[in-house]
Ligand binder design. Structure first.
Ligand SMILES: Nc1ncnc2c1ncn2[C@@H]1O[C@H](COP(=O)(O)OP(=O)(O)O)[C@@H](O)[C@H]1O
Ligand SMILES: [Mg+2]
Length: 244
Protein backbone atom coordinates (compact mmCIF):
# COMPACT_ATOMS: atom_id res chain seq x y z
CA UNK A 1 0.00 0.00 0.00
CA UNK A 2 1.36 3.39 -0.98
CA UNK A 3 0.16 6.99 -1.21
CA UNK A 4 0.93 8.55 -4.59
CA UNK A 5 0.54 12.16 -5.65
CA UNK A 6 0.03 12.05 -9.40
CA UNK A 7 -0.29 15.06 -11.70
CA UNK A 8 -3.20 14.60 -14.11
CA UNK A 9 -2.79 17.27 -16.82
CA UNK A 10 -0.78 19.26 -14.20
CA UNK A 11 -3.45 18.95 -11.52
CA UNK A 12 -2.19 16.83 -8.61
CA UNK A 13 -4.41 14.09 -7.22
CA UNK A 14 -3.64 11.79 -4.30
CA UNK A 15 -4.42 8.08 -4.54
CA UNK A 16 -4.05 5.20 -2.13
CA UNK A 17 -2.40 2.59 -4.34
CA UNK A 18 -2.24 -1.22 -4.12
CA UNK A 19 -0.14 -3.82 -5.94
CA UNK A 20 2.09 -1.15 -7.49
CA UNK A 21 5.04 -2.33 -9.54
CA UNK A 22 7.48 -0.99 -12.15
CA UNK A 23 6.31 2.59 -11.83
CA UNK A 24 8.64 5.40 -12.89
CA UNK A 25 9.98 7.57 -10.07
CA UNK A 26 7.84 10.47 -11.22
CA UNK A 27 4.59 9.40 -12.78
CA UNK A 28 2.83 12.22 -14.63
CA UNK A 29 -0.29 11.60 -16.67
CA UNK A 30 -1.88 13.53 -19.49
CA UNK A 31 -4.58 13.24 -22.14
CA UNK A 32 -3.66 12.88 -25.81
CA UNK A 33 -5.43 12.19 -29.09
CA UNK A 34 -4.89 8.47 -28.39
CA UNK A 35 -6.62 8.60 -25.02
CA UNK A 36 -9.45 10.64 -26.61
CA UNK A 37 -9.94 7.78 -29.09
CA UNK A 38 -10.12 5.25 -26.22
CA UNK A 39 -12.70 7.40 -24.47
CA UNK A 40 -14.82 7.48 -27.62
CA UNK A 41 -15.12 3.66 -27.51
CA UNK A 42 -15.83 3.15 -23.80
CA UNK A 43 -17.19 5.12 -20.87
CA UNK A 44 -14.04 5.49 -18.74
CA UNK A 45 -11.48 8.31 -18.84
CA UNK A 46 -7.93 7.58 -20.01
CA UNK A 47 -4.55 9.22 -19.39
CA UNK A 48 -1.10 8.21 -20.53
CA UNK A 49 2.33 8.55 -18.90
CA UNK A 50 4.97 10.85 -20.44
CA UNK A 51 6.88 7.92 -21.99
CA UNK A 52 3.63 6.45 -23.38
CA UNK A 53 4.22 3.15 -21.57
CA UNK A 54 1.55 3.35 -18.88
CA UNK A 55 -2.15 3.81 -19.46
CA UNK A 56 -4.32 5.06 -16.60
CA UNK A 57 -7.99 4.16 -16.62
CA UNK A 58 -10.11 6.40 -14.42
CA UNK A 59 -13.73 5.71 -13.53
CA UNK A 60 -15.69 8.68 -12.17
CA UNK A 61 -18.48 8.51 -9.57
CA UNK A 62 -21.79 7.25 -10.92
CA UNK A 63 -24.04 9.58 -8.94
CA UNK A 64 -23.98 13.35 -8.54
CA UNK A 65 -23.27 14.57 -5.02
CA UNK A 66 -25.70 17.46 -5.39
CA UNK A 67 -28.53 15.75 -7.32
CA UNK A 68 -28.54 12.34 -5.55
CA UNK A 69 -26.57 12.88 -2.32
CA UNK A 70 -27.80 9.70 -0.57
CA UNK A 71 -26.93 7.38 -3.48
CA UNK A 72 -23.59 9.13 -3.92
CA UNK A 73 -22.77 8.70 -0.21
CA UNK A 74 -23.80 5.04 0.08
CA UNK A 75 -22.81 3.66 -3.35
CA UNK A 76 -20.00 5.88 -4.62
CA UNK A 77 -18.37 6.97 -1.40
CA UNK A 78 -18.92 4.17 1.13
CA UNK A 79 -19.28 1.04 -1.03
CA UNK A 80 -16.76 1.85 -3.73
CA UNK A 81 -14.12 3.73 -1.74
CA UNK A 82 -14.33 2.20 1.75
CA UNK A 83 -15.84 -1.25 1.28
CA UNK A 84 -13.57 -2.56 -1.47
CA UNK A 85 -16.05 -2.34 -4.37
CA UNK A 86 -13.90 0.01 -6.45
CA UNK A 87 -14.04 -0.49 -10.22
CA UNK A 88 -10.24 -0.58 -10.50
CA UNK A 89 -9.92 -3.27 -7.80
CA UNK A 90 -12.64 -5.40 -9.41
CA UNK A 91 -11.03 -5.07 -12.84
CA UNK A 92 -7.60 -5.90 -11.43
CA UNK A 93 -8.95 -9.06 -9.75
CA UNK A 94 -10.85 -10.11 -12.88
CA UNK A 95 -7.77 -9.60 -15.03
CA UNK A 96 -5.79 -11.84 -12.71
CA UNK A 97 -8.39 -14.56 -13.22
CA UNK A 98 -8.16 -14.17 -17.01
CA UNK A 99 -4.39 -14.44 -16.80
CA UNK A 100 -4.56 -17.55 -14.62
CA UNK A 101 -6.94 -19.08 -17.19
CA UNK A 102 -4.20 -18.58 -19.81
CA UNK A 103 -5.65 -15.53 -21.59
CA UNK A 104 -3.37 -12.64 -22.40
CA UNK A 105 -3.91 -9.31 -20.58
CA UNK A 106 -1.85 -6.10 -20.34
CA UNK A 107 0.73 -5.96 -17.53
CA UNK A 108 -0.66 -4.20 -14.49
CA UNK A 109 1.16 -1.47 -12.58
CA UNK A 110 -1.30 -1.12 -9.69
CA UNK A 111 -4.78 0.05 -8.79
CA UNK A 112 -5.87 2.80 -6.45
CA UNK A 113 -8.62 4.92 -5.02
CA UNK A 114 -9.06 8.47 -3.86
CA UNK A 115 -10.60 8.99 -0.43
CA UNK A 116 -11.05 12.69 -1.09
CA UNK A 117 -14.82 13.30 -1.50
CA UNK A 118 -14.04 16.30 -3.73
CA UNK A 119 -12.30 14.07 -6.27
CA UNK A 120 -15.01 12.57 -8.54
CA UNK A 121 -12.46 10.31 -10.24
CA UNK A 122 -12.18 7.85 -7.38
CA UNK A 123 -11.02 4.73 -9.19
CA UNK A 124 -7.62 4.46 -10.90
CA UNK A 125 -6.11 1.48 -12.72
CA UNK A 126 -2.55 1.65 -14.05
CA UNK A 127 -1.63 -0.78 -16.80
CA UNK A 128 0.65 -1.30 -19.76
CA UNK A 129 -0.46 0.53 -22.90
CA UNK A 130 -0.55 -2.28 -25.43
CA UNK A 131 1.04 -1.08 -28.67
CA UNK A 132 0.78 -2.53 -32.15
CA UNK A 133 -2.73 -3.82 -31.59
CA UNK A 134 -6.17 -2.57 -32.63
CA UNK A 135 -9.63 -2.88 -31.10
CA UNK A 136 -10.96 -6.20 -32.36
CA UNK A 137 -14.32 -4.68 -33.30
CA UNK A 138 -12.68 -2.38 -35.88
CA UNK A 139 -10.60 -5.22 -37.33
CA UNK A 140 -13.56 -7.62 -37.45
CA UNK A 141 -15.64 -5.31 -39.66
CA UNK A 142 -12.87 -5.20 -42.30
CA UNK A 143 -12.35 -8.98 -42.53
CA UNK A 144 -13.79 -11.21 -45.26
CA UNK A 145 -16.27 -13.80 -43.87
CA UNK A 146 -13.85 -16.79 -43.74
CA UNK A 147 -11.42 -14.77 -41.62
CA UNK A 148 -14.26 -13.49 -39.47
CA UNK A 149 -15.08 -17.16 -38.82
CA UNK A 150 -11.49 -17.88 -37.73
CA UNK A 151 -11.70 -14.89 -35.41
CA UNK A 152 -15.00 -16.15 -33.95
CA UNK A 153 -13.44 -19.59 -33.48
CA UNK A 154 -10.49 -18.19 -31.51
CA UNK A 155 -12.82 -15.91 -29.57
CA UNK A 156 -15.01 -18.90 -28.60
CA UNK A 157 -11.96 -20.96 -27.64
CA UNK A 158 -10.80 -18.28 -25.21
CA UNK A 159 -14.32 -17.87 -23.76
CA UNK A 160 -14.37 -21.67 -23.28
CA UNK A 161 -10.93 -21.55 -21.64
CA UNK A 162 -12.26 -19.00 -19.14
CA UNK A 163 -15.39 -21.12 -18.56
CA UNK A 164 -13.17 -24.14 -17.85
CA UNK A 165 -11.47 -22.05 -15.18
CA UNK A 166 -14.99 -21.45 -13.74
CA UNK A 167 -15.76 -17.90 -14.89
CA UNK A 168 -17.84 -15.98 -17.40
CA UNK A 169 -17.07 -12.53 -18.80
CA UNK A 170 -19.75 -9.99 -17.91
CA UNK A 171 -19.22 -7.80 -21.00
CA UNK A 172 -18.30 -10.02 -23.92
CA UNK A 173 -17.79 -7.32 -26.48
CA UNK A 174 -15.33 -7.10 -29.41
CA UNK A 175 -14.27 -3.63 -28.16
CA UNK A 176 -12.99 -5.16 -24.94
CA UNK A 177 -10.40 -7.06 -26.89
CA UNK A 178 -7.31 -5.97 -28.82
CA UNK A 179 -5.89 -7.93 -31.74
CA UNK A 180 -2.37 -7.62 -33.18
CA UNK A 181 -1.07 -8.30 -36.71
CA UNK A 182 -0.39 -11.97 -35.89
CA UNK A 183 -4.03 -12.30 -34.81
CA UNK A 184 -3.12 -12.65 -31.11
CA UNK A 185 -5.65 -11.38 -28.58
CA UNK A 186 -5.16 -9.16 -25.53
CA UNK A 187 -8.20 -8.77 -23.26
CA UNK A 188 -8.35 -5.17 -22.02
CA UNK A 189 -11.58 -4.75 -20.11
CA UNK A 190 -12.89 -7.59 -18.01
CA UNK A 191 -15.26 -8.08 -15.17
CA UNK A 192 -15.90 -11.75 -14.57
CA UNK A 193 -18.33 -13.65 -12.40
CA UNK A 194 -18.03 -17.25 -11.18
CA UNK A 195 -20.01 -19.91 -13.04
CA UNK A 196 -22.28 -22.26 -11.08
CA UNK A 197 -21.22 -25.93 -10.90
CA UNK A 198 -24.53 -27.29 -12.21
CA UNK A 199 -24.23 -27.85 -15.98
CA UNK A 200 -27.67 -26.48 -17.00
CA UNK A 201 -27.23 -23.31 -14.94
CA UNK A 202 -23.70 -22.89 -16.22
CA UNK A 203 -24.89 -23.06 -19.82
CA UNK A 204 -27.67 -20.57 -19.13
CA UNK A 205 -25.18 -18.02 -17.82
CA UNK A 206 -22.78 -18.63 -20.69
CA UNK A 207 -25.56 -18.29 -23.29
CA UNK A 208 -26.80 -15.12 -21.55
CA UNK A 209 -23.33 -13.59 -21.91
CA UNK A 210 -23.66 -13.81 -25.72
CA UNK A 211 -25.79 -11.02 -27.18
CA UNK A 212 -26.37 -10.11 -30.85
CA UNK A 213 -25.64 -6.49 -30.08
CA UNK A 214 -22.18 -7.13 -28.61
CA UNK A 215 -21.27 -9.88 -31.09
CA UNK A 216 -22.48 -7.89 -34.09
CA UNK A 217 -25.44 -9.96 -35.23
CA UNK A 218 -27.33 -13.22 -34.76
CA UNK A 219 -25.11 -15.15 -37.21
CA UNK A 220 -22.04 -14.42 -35.12
CA UNK A 221 -23.89 -15.29 -31.93
CA UNK A 222 -24.92 -18.69 -33.36
CA UNK A 223 -21.39 -19.35 -34.56
CA UNK A 224 -19.88 -18.49 -31.14
CA UNK A 225 -22.48 -20.59 -29.32
CA UNK A 226 -21.74 -23.64 -31.53
CA UNK A 227 -17.97 -23.28 -31.20
CA UNK A 228 -18.29 -22.78 -27.45
CA UNK A 229 -20.23 -26.06 -27.16
CA UNK A 230 -17.59 -27.76 -29.28
CA UNK A 231 -14.66 -26.54 -27.14
CA UNK A 232 -16.35 -27.20 -23.82
CA UNK A 233 -17.31 -30.75 -24.91
CA UNK A 234 -13.72 -31.24 -26.01
CA UNK A 235 -12.38 -29.99 -22.67
CA UNK A 236 -14.83 -32.26 -20.82
CA UNK A 237 -13.65 -35.18 -22.95
CA UNK A 238 -9.99 -34.42 -22.14
CA UNK A 239 -10.89 -34.14 -18.50
CA UNK A 240 -12.64 -37.53 -18.34
CA UNK A 241 -9.67 -39.09 -20.19
CA UNK A 242 -7.29 -37.54 -17.63
CA UNK A 243 -9.23 -39.08 -14.76
CA UNK A 244 -9.23 -42.56 -16.34
N1 LIG B 1 -4.11 -1.42 -22.01
C1 LIG B 1 -4.55 -0.92 -23.16
N2 LIG B 1 -3.72 -0.75 -24.21
C2 LIG B 1 -4.17 -0.22 -25.39
N3 LIG B 1 -5.45 0.15 -25.60
C3 LIG B 1 -6.33 0.02 -24.59
C4 LIG B 1 -5.94 -0.52 -23.32
N4 LIG B 1 -7.02 -0.51 -22.51
C5 LIG B 1 -8.03 0.00 -23.23
N5 LIG B 1 -7.65 0.31 -24.47
C6 LIG B 1 -8.49 0.91 -25.54
O1 LIG B 1 -9.49 1.73 -24.95
C7 LIG B 1 -10.81 1.25 -25.29
C8 LIG B 1 -11.73 1.37 -24.09
O2 LIG B 1 -11.17 0.62 -23.01
P1 LIG B 1 -12.07 -0.16 -21.96
O3 LIG B 1 -11.15 -0.70 -20.90
O4 LIG B 1 -12.94 -1.14 -22.67
O5 LIG B 1 -12.94 1.03 -21.34
P2 LIG B 1 -14.44 1.05 -20.82
O6 LIG B 1 -14.40 0.47 -19.45
O7 LIG B 1 -14.74 2.51 -20.81
O8 LIG B 1 -15.28 0.24 -21.75
C9 LIG B 1 -10.60 -0.21 -25.74
O9 LIG B 1 -11.56 -0.59 -26.69
C10 LIG B 1 -9.20 -0.16 -26.34
O10 LIG B 1 -9.27 0.27 -27.69
MG1 LIG C 1 -14.93 -1.62 -22.54
Amino acid sequence: MQLLDIPFNDRRRRYLMFHTRDLPERLALSQTTTTAAFEAVGSSHFFVSQDGRILAKVVPDKFSKTLEPFKWLTRDYLEKRWLGQSDARKEYLSMRILKQAGLRTPRFHGWGLSLNPLNRNASLLLMERVSGATTAGDVFDQLPRPQQKSFLDKFSKEVAQLARAGFVHRDLHFNNLLIDEQGDFTWVDAHVRPLPRQTAKRWRLLEDSLTPNKLRGHDNLKEVSNRLHHYLDQFDGDLSQDSR
